[in-house]
Design a protein around this ligand. Structure first.
Ligand SMILES: Cc1ncc(COP(=O)(O)O)c(C=O)c1O
Length: 459
């Protein structure tokens, strides 16, 4: 077990201190920790996770957050601003998702705590909407769709049917989807784009199937929702994926990813408010008073709504388009670097996020070498692959050149070490060797290291 974070540098608190520490000293410790950790991504070598990476922007959002950080958005009589922020965040996102193309329905939305939250609320809505007609509802997701769907189905007792994807295009097998729909299927799922490969499922075709069977279609735009529309405007070859596609009934789009807001918000868009309303929770006969909440959360910070609203209103379409232009161009240049090596193969038709593998050697040798140069790409499995979600930090001058050079050396390293066991593995997905006892044990150890390190703190 590694040392407890910052052990030896800062005091470890096992109990609530009797006397508090002065504000200045607390802030000094926080500054040291955040400055140290920021260095990991500021170089532009870290895939995804820091979408804006601009400290001026973060300072602006933090200022917006601070003005409402202590406000509970449940108490709307005290904070009408929360209604303004939430309504406008939803309206702007619906507009971006082309809700004006919908006919005969009244679109609506929900601001949730993140991508997993939006996905969970969508699954809950499909279950509730169909509760009188299905015993145990099922949904069909492409294998590549995010595990947040598996989690939501696990939590809500929905059966999850996992459709295979084409190994070359990485897109969902439509025939499989068609032949696995039955009377209890309440929704299909497609990603735009998926976490692993940044590829889009054929949303138009999925929409047609959904319409034919009179079931829902959720498009997971958690990652792509706030960047793909601008990529399309810029002329990149991106298939339609929003409400302009007939049959699309919900879309998740994360403001805390390419929406460049603070961590903690996402928008779930509904083609029709009735679907959203089906998952509202009311308790009218509780002794504590009549209770209702629009989603699973109870109290929420008004600060997150204010900061999300501030990011959107401040950047505007031109700001998002400008960032998208830089990100798409950087991603294309990095993909060119990958394509310049015959031994590397890009998975499917990627976008701002690209993933690559090798048919000649284990790609984790490439990852091992890149790690020594400060790169932090994300690892995948079946097949082993690594991906780079290009965000604004990569658009800094010199990053593409550094990637190109380091990748060339990494390929040479991988060729030299072909046949040996690489040091790195698919962290997000598991460990090499597949879903066996060893992988389960590894995941349990990983969770314990993250959550239970207090037990390792010296008394
Ligand atoms: C495509 C996709 N969907 C859903 C999620 C889950 O989002 P979150 O981590 O905000 O819960 C992610 C996260 O990376 C994602 O890439």
């Amino acid at each position: 077990m590694s040392a407890f974070p910052y052990e030896g540098q800062f005091e470890i608190h096992r109990t609530l201190p009797e006397e508090g520490t002065d504000q200045h000293s607390v802030l000094e410790m926080l500054t040291i920790m955040s400055t140290t950790e920021n260095r990991v991504w500021e170089s532009g070598q870290c895939s995804g996770t820091m979408y804006c990476g601009d400290h001026d922007h973060y300072d602006f959002l933090n200022e917006a957050f601070a003005k409402f950080s202590y406000v509970n958005t449940l108490q709307r009589d005290m904070c009408p601003s929360a209604t303004k922020f939430e309504a406008e965040i939803i309206a702007m996102t619906l507009d971006l998702m082309n809700a004006s193309a919908l006919e005969g329905s009244v679109p609506g939305g929900l601001v949730t705590s993140g991508g997993s939250g939006s996905i969970a609320h969508a699954m809950l809505a499909y279950r509730e909407m169909n509760s009188s007609t299905t015993q145990r509802p099922n949904v069909i997701k492409p294998e590549t769709a995010h595990p947040a769907f598996d989690k939501a189905c696990h939590l809500f007792g929905i059966e999850l049917r996992v459709a295979p994807v084409d190994p070359l295009t990485t897109q969902v097998d439509l025939d499989w989807v068609k032949s696995n729909i039955d009377a209890n299927t309440v929704a299909l799922i497609g990603s735009a784009g998926n976490y692993g490969y940044g590829t889009l499922d054929p949303i138009t075709e999925l929409g047609a199937i959904a319409l034919e069977h009179e079931i829902g279609l959720h498009v997971d735009g958690c990652l792509g929702g706030f960047i793909l529309p601008f990529g399309r405007e810029l002329g990149y070859d991106i298939e339609p994926f929003d409400f302009a596609v007939p049959g699309v009934t919900t879309i998740s789009a994360d403001t805390h990813k390419y929406g460049y807001a603070l961590k903690g918000t996402s928008v779930l868009c509904f083609a029709d408010q009735s679907l959203r309303n089906s998952q509202y929770f009311y308790r009218t006969d509780w002794s504590g008073g009549k209770y209702c909440s629009p989603g699973m959360d109870g109290s929420r910070s008004g600060g997150l709504l204010a900061a999300t609203w501030a990011a959107m209103v401040h950047l505007g379409r031109s700001g998002y388009r400008r960032y998208a232009k830089e990100i798409f161009a950087t991603s294309a240049a990095m993909q060119d670097a990958v394509r310049s090596h015959d031994s590397l193969r890009i998975m499917g038709k990627p976008s701002f996020l690209f993933s690559f593998t090798s048919d000649e050697f284990d790609i984790y040798h490439v990852n091992d070498f890149l790690q020594t140069k400060g790169w932090r790409l994300n690892g995948e499995q079946y097949p082993n692959a690594i991906h780079m979600a290009v965000t604004r930090p990569q658009t800094q001058p010199g990053t593409v050149e550094r990637f190109t050079e380091d990748l060339a050396d990494a390929v040479s390293y991988a060729k030299e070490h072909r046949g040996e066991k690489p040091k790195s593995g698919a962290i997000y997905g598991g460990v090499d060797g597949g879903p066996n006892d060893e992988a389960d044990a590894f995941i349990k150890m990983f969770m314990a290291a993250m959550m239970d390190q207090q037990s390792s703190i010296p008394v």
